[in-house]
Ligand binder design. Structure first.
Ligand code: K7E
Ligand code: CUA
Length: 668
């Protein structure tokens, strides 16, 4: 397991920390003051550090030039983006432009291919240039992160995006034709054949209008399975399908792996079919109505069989998209329910694929289901139908264990030592607990560590794979209260790094140590995944000059050195321009008001980090050209004037001189 490769490094660190502390104390005791040690003591003294502080600092500090060991891909919440963070330093490396324009990357400011990606995310023909990203999913090969792609959902508008990790750029945004919001996405199957997107707040199929009084009959839930074409680096909509569900609020999904590969599990809530209290207060408010029952239903989906049914054409069309009707799903044995206690939030599949962990927000226990027992209950037809005819398997026949963890348990992660970690929202804590056989001796709570505050998700190193690494855990806390200088009344969230490398008996916090607080000042992250840094192998520069990052190939029409030119055909003007430190060729472009402008630019620099920008004031054009990249901007020059264009990246000593004039002569 990956831990083996980490042990020497880690042990070295502990030994180093131990020696450092021992030395420090020995020196303090003997009141010895050699120059370096005195400096070391003085810093500790001066800053009032405790022993734990010193250890924490030494574990997270990366000297200048040293790279991190792990990388987190975090949802950006309603920033609509994805954040990339190094671990253990917790340094922000990049915020990837996804659903929302991002000026540094020139994401959404005139670059034609990027505009097309964003336009594909339109809803009912309307630009929706924000999103609520919740669950990133790294692509997997045989159940392990492979470092090739990241997927992310938009809860607000039911969209899914594909990010290529060769250049950390969004390549595709796809709008779900069936639903207007989602939540249980994105999750991938162990070889990334499918990207899963589960629904959330039920609506009629295709979000058509239906009176709320017809909720039971007309409103539907859904789970969508997007077929991923790895070679193309895109979701193939034509091979994808949705499955209709009762109008329960599907919540989070996880794909089966190893023994449970081919199956998908989603939790749900509001099996009460609550529809709100209304202005006349004749109903029950949602939060009470949707949490009244003792149980909701985990959805157990036979994806392998469902894919065959969809391929056979046994579907209906919703907005031109294939959907397996609920009755077909029942008849074909594609869907089963299992009772899950008290308004659950999330289902997490254990590393071997054998256990499914579900926590009810209003139940202090976490419930561990056995996949084998679920299969047995299906084989035994040990079920009662729900109101829609879906078989509800017997709870006792499917449960392996219940473990009391604390208040408000939400999400669970796993490590390589047989521990599971569950966030406790109401307790503001992380519970560390042991899995029973074959992971360990028995299911039991080992202890908790306080976090600050109101933890939602948590992420462990490679924590969703068939071979988690352990060592590091990050708590994604919703509130930060007193942790940071308050930048006005809107506070950052708090990512807290926790060392989980020690065994549970190592200290009073079940062996866990809180190391570092990272303020998150953009949107509200929900989930994140953490990958070993050496699995990522992005381009340093694009492979060839004239590279079109969208096609991942050379653009045959790209300007290259020597063929720069301006051509006019009627009132269509086409410009082929190159950018190199520190010059645009051509650096003067003179056209007429009303011309249709097609402007190609190639960055012909091939040095690492030699990025150029290209911005035209007033015309809202701002693109980023990484080394070798080519881009095209199209616009109508409807405003006459004198527009100095310039490079927005400080690329050389003569960067300020990297500029030009765009002259638009008035009509007539
Ligand atoms: Cu915020 Cu997974 Cu969308 Cu829980 S979710 S916290
Ligand atoms: Cu190119 Cu500044």
């Amino acid at each position: 397991m990956a831990r083996d490769s980490v042990v020497p490094w880690w042990r070295g660190r502990i030994v180093f920390v131990g020696i450092a502390l021992f030395t420090a104390f020995a020196l303090m005791l003997s009141a010895c003051t050699s120059g370096d040690d005195a400096a070391y003591d003085a810093v500790i003294d001066d800053r009032g550090f405790t022993d734990d502080d010193v250890v924490a600092a030494l574990k997270t500090y990366k000297p200048s030039g040293e790279h991190d060991d792990y990388v987190i891909f975090s949802s950006g919440g309603h920033s609509g983006q994805v954040h990339v963070i190094g671990v253990p330093s917790m340094r922000l490396l990049k915020t990837i432009g996804v659903f929302t324009p991002e000026p540094w990357q020139g994401w959404g400011y005139g670059n034609q291919t990027i505009e097309e990606v964003l336009e594909a995310g339109q809803v009912d023909g309307r630009d929706v240039l924000w999103a609520d990203t919740h669950h990133p999913a790294l692509s997997e090969t045989e159940g392990d992160y492979d470092g090739e792609f990241v997927f992310i959902n938009d809860k607000a508008n039911a969209r899914v995006a594909v990010i290529d990790l060769r250049d950390f750029e969004t390549k595709q945004i796809i709008k779900n034709p069936v639903a207007i919001n989602d939540h249980g996405g994105t999750m991938v199957t162990p070889n990334t054949e499918w990207v899963i997107e589960g629904g959330q707040y039920a609506t009629p199929n295709g979000w058509e209008y239906a009176p709320i009084e017809e909720y039971e009959s007309e409103y539907k839930g859904m789970v969508t399975f997007w077929k991923f074409d790895r070679d193309a680096g895109r979701i193939d909509e034509s091979q994808s399908f949705a499955m209709e569900m009762p109008p329960y609020w599907q919540d989070l999904c996880d794909a089966g792996k190893l023994v449970s590969e081919g199956w998908v599990f989603c939790n749900s809530f509001n099996t009460e079919l609550a529809t709100g209290e209304g202005l006349d207060k004749s109903g029950v408010p949602f939060e009470a109505g949707a949490s009244a029952r003792e149980n909701d239903y985990m959805h157990v989906i036979n994806l392998e069989a469902a894919a065959e049914v969809a391929a056979s054409g046994n579907t209906v069309e919703v907005n031109g998209f294939d959907m397996i009707p609920l009755q077909t799903a029942i008849d074909e044995g594609l869907l089963y329910f299992v009772p899950e206690p008290k308004s659950p939030h999330g289902v997490d599949v254990a590393p071997r694929g054998d256990y499914l962990v579900v926590s009810g927000k209003l139940d202090p226990h976490t419930t561990v289901y056995s996949f084998e027992k679920i299969q047995q209950a299906i084989a035994d037809e040990n079920w009662e139908p729900d109101a829609y005819g879906v078989p509800v398997l017997d709870f006792d026949a499917t449960v392996e264990a219940q473990v009391e963890l604390g208040l408000g348990p939400l999400h669970t992660q796993f490590d390589d030592e047989g521990y599971a970690y569950t966030s406790l929202f109401l307790d503001s804590a992380v519970a560390r607990w042991s899995l029973g056989p074959p992971y360990g001796d028995e299911f039991k709570l080992d202890g908790t560590i306080p976090v600050h505050y109101n933890i939602g998700h948590l992420v462990a190193a490679e924590g969703d794979t068939v071979s988690p690494d352990g060592d590091w855990l990050v708590a994604l806390n919703k509130w930060s209260l007193d942790r940071f200088l308050p930048p006005g009344p809107l506070l950052p969230q708090n990512f807290q790094l926790i060392d989980i490398a020690q065994p549970a008996d190592a200290n009073e916090n079940a062996g866990m140590q809180l190391l570092y607080d990272m303020p998150i000042g953009w949107g509200e992250p929900h989930y994140a995944q953490m990958i070993k840094a050496d699995k990522l192998a992005p381009f340093e520069v694009y492979p060839e000059i004239g590279w079109d990052p969208h096609e991942m190939a050379v653009d045959p029409n790209a300007p290259v050195s020597g063929n720069e030119r301006i051509e006019r055909d009627g009132n269509n003007v086409e410009i082929w321009m190159t950018a190199v430190r520190s010059h645009y060729t051509p650096d003067r472009v003179e056209i007429l008001q009303g011309d249709n402008v097609t402007w190609h630019v190639t960055n012909i620099d091939t040095s690492f980090d030699a990025t150029h920008g290209f911005s035209i004031p007033g015309y809202n054009i701002n693109i980023s050209l990484e080394p070798g990249e080519t881009a095209t901007v199209e616009f109508v020059a409807d405003q006459s004037g004198t527009y100095p264009f310039y490079c927005t990246e400080f690329c050389s000593a003569l960067h300020l001189e990297m500029a030009g004039y765009f002259l638009v002569a008035p009509e007539g």
